[in-house]
Design a protein around this ligand. Structure first.
Ligand SMILES: Nc1nc2c(c(=O)[nH]1)N[C@H]1C(S)=C(S)[C@@H](COP(=O)(O)O)O[C@H]1N2
Ligand SMILES: [Mo]
Length: 310
């Protein structure tokens, strides 16, 4: 990934939360959105997302403050700077929104986002997110296991992988005019990874719908893998027989592998992965194998050479 903009953004570069929402509402009005689409009720109520905390997925670590979770992001569709998504992602229109599930499934289907929001019970799960660039956060995500959706579409016997594809629309995503990646952004998981209970189909964080810069209205969160596996603003989920080639693999095959499991022992081509900086901390901390989820996921990779399958 680009490292020029690797320094922490100044607080002054982050749009304050209230202004962000004011501006977004203004943009909707300016774009000629009907009054009905701005209902029901006050915007704050509309942005809330109810979920019960899942006690099995809590962490003793301190949560990363909301302003950092929503102000320091990677979302190259809106620029490569960490402050760019918070500044520019208001142009993303998240309603109407559909997700097409296709490929090796018995029941392909296009889901409206409203339908997906009701498909299973929303849970709040506190997960670490470890970026390949060696920073990390602890975030209260809201969603339900991806397996809930997978079960509905009934994968065929040929389905070995799942591919996630982001919206492709340079009008809404001005960063797509740059050739830094091949668009649309795509990522993939092996079927057993996709079905693992940790893999979260994610709609919100901190009690709210996802802010645009965090991948509204729907993203994936795979906590034992580097952050780039967690594709944002998904419009297509495709089941395939063959391993997908992700946007990052296309951009740098020696730097970004398909597995991308957090592994302190396998360095990135240009830097060590042994340590990480939790956003907000001064000192670095050791990176944990599988980002601290080894007990739950190491078994998926038994017998695999993780130096080779990085
Ligand atoms: N579509 C899309 N998804 C993406 C990215 C991106 O550039 N485009 N960046 C990834 C990377 S590198 C990381 S670390 C996480 C960051 O998620 P966050 O900004 O919500 O913390 O999103 C991932 N998902
Ligand atoms: Mo990342």
């Amino acid at each position: 990934m680009r490292h020029k903009n690797n320094t922490r953004i100044l607080p002054s570069e982050i749009t304050p939360r209230e202004h962000y929402y004011d501006r977004r509402r203004f943009m909707q009005l300016a774009a000629g959105a009907s009054i009905a689409s701005l209902l029901p009720g006050p915007l704050w109520a509309a942005d809330k997302l109810e979920a019960s905390p899942n006690k099995a997925y809590q962490l003793a670590e301190e949560k990363t403050p909301y302003k950092d979770v929503t102000g320091y992001n990677n979302f190259y569709e809106f620029g490569t700077g960490k402050g760019d998504p918070a500044q520019y992602a208001h142009t993303l229109k998240t309603r109407p929104w559909t997700v097409t599930v296709e490929g090796e499934v018995h029941k392909p289907k296009t889901f409206a986002i409203e339908e997906l929001l009701k498909l299973a019970a929303m849970e709040e799960r506190v997960y670490r997110l470890r970026c390949v660039e060696a920073w990390s956060m602890v975030i209260p995500w809201i969603g339900y296991p991806l397996s809930e959706l997978v079960k509905q579409v009934e994968p065929t016997g040929n389905a070995k992988f799942v591919e996630f594809i982001t919206l492709d629309d340079p009008m809404q995503m001005p960063g797509q005019r740059s050739t830094v990646l091949e668009w649309p952004y795509n990522e993939g998981l092996r079927m057993d990874e996709a079905m693992h209970p940790l893999t979260l189909l994610t709609f919100g964080l901190y009690g709210e719908m996802l802010p645009n810069q965090n991948g509204a209205p729907i993203r994936i969160v795979v906590p034992w893998k580097y952050g780039f596996k967690s594709a944002k603003s998904i419009v297509k989920i495709r089941f395939t027989e063959h391993q997908p080639v992700s946007a990052w693999m296309k951009a740098g095959p020696s730097e970004y592998g398909f597995y991308s499991n957090v592994n302190p022992e396998v360095d990135h081509a240009r830097w060590s992965q042994a340590k990480e900086r939790r956003i907000g901390d001064f000192f670095k901390r050791p990176t944990l194998p599988f980002n601290g989820y080894a007990d739950q996921v190491a078994g998926l990779y038994s017998g695999m050479d993780l130096q080779k399958y990085f």
